[in-house]
Write a protein that binds this ligand. Sequence first.
Ligand SMILES: *Cc1c(COP(=O)(O)O)cnc(C)c1O
Length: 496
Amino acid sequence: MKRNAAQGLAYEEDLLFEQSRPGRRGAELPMLDVPAADVASLLGDLARDDIPALPELSEVDVVRHFTRLSTWNAAVDLGLYPLGSCTMKYNPKLNERVARLPGFAQAHPMAPEEESQGLLELCFELERSLAEISGMDRVTLQPAAGAQGELAGIMMIRAYHEKRGDAKRRKVLVPDSAHGTNPASAALNGYDVVAVPSGDDGILHPEAVAALMNDEIAALMITNPNTLGLFEEHISAICDVVHDGGGLVYGDGANLNALLGVSRPGDMGIDVMHFNLHKTFSTPHGGGGPGAGPVGVKHALAPFLPTPTVSRSDAGFAWNHDRPDSIGRLHGNHGNVGMMVRAYTYILSLGSDGLRQCTDMAVLNANYLLARLRGEFHVPIDKPVMHECVLSDRALADTGVTTMDVAKRLIDHGYHPPTIYFPLIVQGAMMIEPTESESLESLDRFADTLLAIADEARTDPDTVRTAPHHTRHRRLDETRAARKPILRWQPEASEG
Ligand SMILES: *Cc1c(COP(=O)(O)O)cnc(C)c1O
């Protein structure tokens, strides 16, 4: 018997995976109440000769297996999850209850419109809510993630320039603090990426954009607040520079949780942006689960929105497929609709005052942590932040303890590490986003833990450098884990 110290749970090593025993059953099929079909004549060559080698387990075995696995994960339901930029906020259980209503949960994506009026209305209203929150004119709910939203947005920008016969614009400006998906989305659309340097104060300056702006630039992609957690104070002037040069501005809205009810990207001059429902609007994420990255546009880009869009007439709600300039479809059906139900529930249950309060608390929490950690950890650009703060390991340099070591040591204390070594412009970066969900006590516990680790780095650096000590696996080979990940269980005696 070993103990998983982080969660205090016991498990038996030999009970991990190989639990199958011949003849065990976890489910009973109902008695056949129709004539048995002749499988061979139905399936022909496709009929199996033998039974597949599936695990044979009782229900309790399966329940315990998956429950045990779930406790080996960090989860926002277990504790603060300060993964900067990813916004691991708490997902209210009300969202889950509403998403499980049979009318939503069991809606068939191909059901006729007249039988899907409730779902269509929800999509229509969510679109309008997101447009109102962001100051955009239209929204598509199709993209399944922020990155796919970026792809859609840049496709629409390309379609816009092409429609105007402006074929010369082959480049996209991206600040050096951008999330990696930004240059990737531009490159996937065939654009050359031109990096714009941030100023010493961590934000973008209109002069830096103007120096690179010309008639080959299709767009600027900008994240606001940026990945240093700083508000882009010159955003309107920057948008003017790009617009005067004939370009469009893409707003990476992943961090919209810092602006809710306070300011709107559409009012700042952004032409197209994505939302991460799974960040700002509290739908579950992590582990590659379904996300949703709706995209909002100004009127000029609306003709290019993915097809279909949802529309309302006297006859009710309908999918509109008649969109000749559309960039096409991005998702097999209507996107990850369950996430839309959750996000809409969140918006309605908080209301406009509640959304504003979310942002106020997210900003207060990040600044509180910054205030408690400043001094023991180096703050590369020390000014008030929005929803997250970026620290570095510079103050620990003489101990030999690095950001990676601090992150690993946090795991021993039951915390998921913050985002580390990003943004790239800060050496040894630790990007901490507490979100608005955390109480003062929870923030204090986390700050106390980080301060204790900084202290330990000075008194007992080896313990920090060799962390984690209490996990099932110690330090992984990060390169192999990234390049050759083993993502699923494989049977010991695989028959290929
Ligand atoms: C998370 C994030 C993205 C990408 O969103 P996904 O849903 O993970 O694809 C893009 N930009 C920023 C700033 C982000 O934080």
